[in-house]
Design a protein around this ligand. Structure first.
Ligand code: IMP
Ligand code: MG
Length: 176
């Protein structure tokens, strides 16, 4: 397998700063909760939080819909729930990538049942061609073609998360 850079560190950081500035403009008052979807969104969450210049709460939620392969199992499981109540709060779900939309469709429904003031989504990457469920993503970093990507939090079988750029993973996986 080979890695081909799709988004450089510089491009990612510039775009994250722009999204942070938009969020600053869009949320004038009320508590803002930045909900990180583990594990893929952890680096985007950390950088986006620092690009936002208003007070914000953090929480983390664990969802799994992927096995070790490259395609969704279609089944979403909650592996870790939030620690805090989101009642009356502005919730911003921070996700690495929207692919089929199954994960975010499930999660937005779940969180809306808890009576937040608002629920929006910020996703670093969007693969619109692959959508099976419609999801309204308020902040999108980059629309990308239908290729499997890793890095900047995204993994293949738990590898490559710590790359500073987003790369396309080319070739077939080796199972050795
Ligand atoms: P969805 O439920 O199909 O939208 O899948 C979303 C989740 O699948 C993301 O949170 C990622 O963890 C994972 N995913 C989708 N596409 C990719 C990719 O190209 N690389 C790595 N993970 C991906
Ligand atoms: Mg994920």
């Amino acid at each position: 397998m080979a890695l081909r850079t799709l988004l450089t560190e510089d491009r990612i950081q510039k775009r994250v700063a722009e999204i942070g500035a938009e969020i600053d403009r869009d949320y004038p008052d009320g508590n803002l909760y930045l909900i990180c979807i583990l594990k893929g969104a952890c680096l985007f969450h950390a950088d986006l939080a620092r690009a936002i210049h208003r007070d914000a709460f953090f929480d983390f939620i664990g969802i799994s819909s992927y096995g070790r392969g490259k395609t969704t199992s279609g089944q979403v499981q909650l592996t870790k729930d939030l620690d805090i109540s989101i009642e009356d709060a502005h919730v911003l779900i921070v996700e690495d990538i929207v692919d089929s939309g199954v994960t975010l469709d499930y999660l937005t429904r779940l969180l809306k049942q808890r009576h937040p003031r608002s629920v929006e989504i910020a996703a670093l990457l969007d693969k619109p061609e692959r959508r099976l469920r419609p999801v309204a993503v308020r902040y999108v970093g980059f629309e990308i073609p239908d290729e499997f990507v890793v890095g900047y939090g995204l993994d293949y079988a738990e590898r490559y998360r710590n790359l500073r750029e987003v790369c396309v993973l080319e070739g077939e996986p080796d199972y050795n």
